[in-house]
Design a protein around this ligand. Structure first.
Ligand code: SF4
Length: 381
């Protein structure tokens, strides 16, 4: 639908907050370029200059055992199946050592909803890792996992978040958000509800942990669901200020039950529009991340002109979206090259968006990029 979006863009550029209705109008518009230009302008105001950040970390999926069903997931295995695993501490430490050797500053650790792992298991894991790697950042456990711990250990979210923080948790990823609207969530998943996801985030922020917020769209949601998702994230951020970044991406359908049913999937245009509208609507969130891992490196690069100021992770290991068909890879050299070629200055950051300055990273900024497969071969399990 085409509608006159300029008055809305003028208002947002004048510093006014967008309403849900404005958000709907923008998402229904085909005028991607004008929306993108406005998003780029707001990005410049929020994060001035030509720096685009990225992080070197690793996604460690400590278990694939999961006792709920999400029809969009190709990663989980039901308890008791032969190909299930729970990583030992030694296996996790080996992966952390490899990450540190590559200049990494943290891990993003998430897993399935294991029916037997109680709060003490998570505390032991964090305490052991924090004692061995005191400055290495542990960015772990999305809201569905916290909700699962609360069911197993019969504790409220605030107690869990405080205990995990005390054990060494540095921050929390915003995974499991998908679409924060139960009309959609309940059709595709039996994991935590919208309210529970938001309440875990509130609890995390209240004990002083920062988190990200995510959106995975294209799972049967309509524009109104996406708008409600953005509104709910913005409302929590007004209350707590705890979100560092917002990361939208599109459903990766391969090997999933939902993927076999869904007939329409978001286009690259839908992705860029969602990203830009997120930048315009979420006026209280500093960073918007491009998801090159799901969208491909070139669209990730394009996203930098549509409101994103961060390229995310080089993702030394990733098992969840790759199981669903997203097989994009990039080394640090590749990512820095793509950022430079888009006209920006690549800058490594940590999980909390502090700059990390290692020696000789500019040596990486040459056209002759490392072969794309090299890292995955080096770290194949
Ligand atoms: S998305 Fe997470 S909670 Fe859902 S089935 Fe997969 S591992 Fe389990």
């Amino acid at each position: 639908m085409n509608s006159n979006i300029q008055p809305i863009l003028d208002r947002v550029l004048d510093g006014e907050r967008l309403s849900a209705e404005d958000c709907t109008t923008l998402l229904e518009s085909n005028d991607l370029v004008r929306i993108g230009l406005a998003a780029d302008e707001i990005r410049q105001r929020k994060n001035p200059g030509d720096v685009v950040t990225y992080i070197i970390d690793r996604n460690i999926n400590y278990t694939n055992v999961c006792n709920v069903v999400c029809t969009f997931c190709a990663f989980y295995r039901r308890p008791g199946k032969p190909d299930t695993y729970v990583h030992s501490i030694e296996e996790i430490e080996k992966r952390i050592d490899e990450t540190i050797a590559l200049g990494g500053t943290g891990v993003l650790m998430q897993g399935g909803l294991h029916p037997d792992l109680n709060i003490e298991w998570y505390e032991d894991l964090l305490r052991t890792l924090h004692a061995k790697y005191p400055t290495f950042q542990l960015h772990c456990f999305s809201p569905p996992e916290i909700h699962n711990i609360s069911l197993i250990s019969e504790l409220d979210y605030a107690t869990i978040m405080q205990r995990l923080k005390d054990a060494g948790l540095n921050s929390m990823p915003g995974g499991g958000g998908e679409i924060l609207d139960d009309e959609v969530r309940k059709r595709v998943s039996t994991k935590c509800t919208t309210q529970e996801w938001l309440d875990v985030m509130r609890a995390a922020h209240k004990v002083g942990l920062r988190t990200t917020a995510t959106m995975m769209f294209g799972i049967g949601d309509r524009v109104e669901h996406r708008v409600r998702h953005l509104q709910r994230v913005r409302d929590v951020q007004d209350e707590t200020g705890g979100f560092t970044a917002f990361i939208p991406w599109t459903f990766q359908r391969e090997n999933t039950a939902l993927g076999r049913k869904i007939t329409e999937e978001p286009t690259g245009i839908d992705y860029l529009k969602m990203l830009s509208v997120s930048r315009l609507f979420l006026d209280n969130i500093q960073h918007i991340q491009a998801s090159w891992l799901t969208q491909g490196i070139k669209l990730g690069q394009t996203a930098l002109r549509f409101g994103a100021d961060d390229m995310g992770s080089i993702m030394i290991e990733e098992n969840v979206v790759s199981a669903a068909g997203a097989n994009n890879e990039a080394s640090e050299r590749d990512l820095r090259y793509q950022i430079s070629e888009a006209g920006y200055r690549p800058q490594q950051r940590d999980i909390l968006y502090n700059y990390v300055n290692r020696e000789n990273t500019e040596d990486l900024d040459t056209r002759n990029s490392m072969p794309l497969k090299q890292l995955s071969v080096a770290f194949a399990d």
